[in-house]
Design a protein around this ligand. Structure first.
Ligand code: CDP
Length: 242
């Protein structure tokens, strides 16, 4: 429950594979609905970044797990106006852009598959959600982190379209990138995320699946907002204005 209000915490879970449009959608939805947007991927990325920069061998599960338990990760509103949606600090260091490097992309799914890493992250995610009015984005939000979320969306798109989006995003940021390696890295991440033993990527049985292939951001936003308002109204939950 939200402190001082007799309104149960409202939570919206958005899951899906890499570059399916989750972050863009969640950011826009959060602005429209006045919700907090929280991207859980940044936590796994911050642990991966810390392991890479501190020379912790990624195959050393115990050492990576220890690092995840000790690392202090903070997600704050943007502290610099450089196009970021939020600021991520890892032990006080601004890693907002560093966690988007190809090196982190290539290793994050391995780190995220370690059960000890997940059990260090999930309670922190639940604490944030308990504040209410949160849109939480990830791979296992509707299935594991918030199985009682009020609305669950699962975004998907073909791997070619997702790789194209990521490639365009990288080029827009002025980063050198060829399409083929981006596609290969995405296929590899899909494979690892979907087949790991703990909390694999999959749609919750009660999730609404939205295929974003060939759809504009505005189309997906309008459809998601309609679905959310409908689902909240059906539950008798207050619908945000806007
Ligand atoms: O932005 P993108 O979709 O490329 O990735 P992300 O959401 O930042 O997540 C990066 C990686 O973290 C994923 O490929 C997963 O391996 C892992 N992850 C996870 O296991 N569980 C989550 N709730 C979020 C991310």
């Amino acid at each position: 429950m939200q402190a001082g209000l007799n309104i149960p915490a409202t939570t919206i879970a958005i899951d899906g594979p890499a570059a399916s449009g989750k972050s863009t959608l969640a950011d826009l939805l959060a602005r429209r609905l006045g919700y907090l947007y929280f991207d859980t991927g940044v936590m796994y990325r911050a642990v991966t970044w810390a392991a890479l920069t501190r020379n912790v061998p990624l195959e050393d599960e115990a050492a990576v797990t220890r690092l995840a338990a000790e690392l202090h990760i903070e997600v704050l509103p943007p502290t610099v106006e450089d196009g970021r949606r939020y600021t991520v600090l890892a032990d006080g260091v601004d890693v907002t852009w560093a966690i988007r490097s190809p090196e982190v992309d290539a290793s994050v799914s391995r780190v995220a598959a370690y059960p000890g890493v997940r059990s260090a992250m999930v309670p922190q995610q639940r604490r944030i959600a308990a504040r209410g009015s949160v849109i939480m984005v990830g791979r296992d939000i509707g299935t594991v982190v918030l199985p009682d979320a009020d609305v669950k969306l699962y975004l998907d798109a073909t791997v070619e379209e997702r790789a194209r989006r990521r490639w365009l995003e990288m080029r827009a940021q002025g980063r050198e990138a060829d399409y083929e390696p981006v596609l290969a890295s995405m296929r590899q991440r899909d494979e690892m995320d979907s087949h790991r033993d703990v909390s694999p990527l999959c749609a919750a049985h009660d999730a609404i699946i939205l295929d974003t292939t060939g759809k504009s951001v505005e189309e997906v936003l309008a459809e998601a907002e309609r679905l959310i308002r409908h689902a909240l109204a059906a539950k008798g939950k207050p619908c945000p204005s806007g």
